[in-house]
Write a protein that binds this ligand. Structure first.
Ligand SMILES: [Zn+2]
Length: 222
């Protein structure tokens, strides 16, 4: 992967746009949430700590290496996001990932509080697009505990919930990580509405298996 000036500029703008989108759609509030993108094998761009994602500017983003050392910080905020260890863990474990978004989608967080699992096979789109959306155990927000909490699940999943805290979605690029975040919140809204009305049944095992086969074929694995 080549890291050139043009690529860096494009990614800086894409990450700012993702931040604005998250705030506009209520998926993060103020300085909540953080976004990052891979520049090359050893470096990423990541949001600084304490900056409002609704009006972040391209120069605010920091260049850090996969050990977390800051290489460039041109904006007023010089410290990377407190959730940086979680982002770095993803880039180290998943060479296929080009972007990571951590957000605070309210309905998805409500599901973790109410014990409504997005990992149960109830919606065909979830099985087809994600396999499942599991929930990582609680970790204190903004501490290195977050990296340990997601370590096992993020190897196999592109979207996970963080218990009582938020979401983590990944993608080949910023757009894919963002649409996966939108999916997570969309699914959470459906499940909250359904659970408010009564018991929610799982799909029959044959239907689940067929969806998993379709998913594997779509990924070129079947
Ligand atoms: Zn958070």
């Amino acid at each position: 992967m080549m890291w050139d000036h043009q690529r860096e500029e494009t990614l800086r703008h894409a990450l700012c746009e993702a931040g604005r989108h998250m705030c506009r759609h209520g998926l993060a509030v103020g300085s909540d949430g953080n976004v990052s993108a891979r520049l090359d094998e050893h470096h990423i761009l990541i949001t600084p700590s304490g900056v409002n994602k609704g009006n972040m500017r391209p120069e605010h983003l920091l260049v850090v290496d996969l050990e977390g050392e800051v290489h460039r910080a041109d904006g007023p905020a010089r410290r990377p996001s407190s959730e940086m260890p979680m982002h770095l863990e993803v880039y180290r474990l998943r060479p296929d990932v080009g972007a990571v978004i951590h957000a605070h989608p309210p309905m998805a967080i409500a599901c973790t509080l109410a014990g409504i699992s997005l990992a149960r096979p109830v919606l065909p789109e979830v099985i087809y697009h994600f396999g499942a959306i599991p929930t990582a155990p609680y970790a204190s927000p903004g501490t290195p505990e977050g990296a340990a909490a997601i370590r096992e699940l993020i190897r196999e999943h592109d979207a996970i919930l963080l218990d009582r805290h938020g979401s983590l979605t990944v993608g080949r690029d910023v757009a894919q990580a963002l649409v996966r975040l939108e999916w997570v919140e969309h699914v959470a809204k459906i499940l909250l509405a359904a659970h408010a009305c009564g018991p929610v049944d799982e799909l029959p095992p044959e239907a689940v298996q067929r969806l998993q086969e379709q998913r594997q074929r779509a990924q070129g694995k079947g």
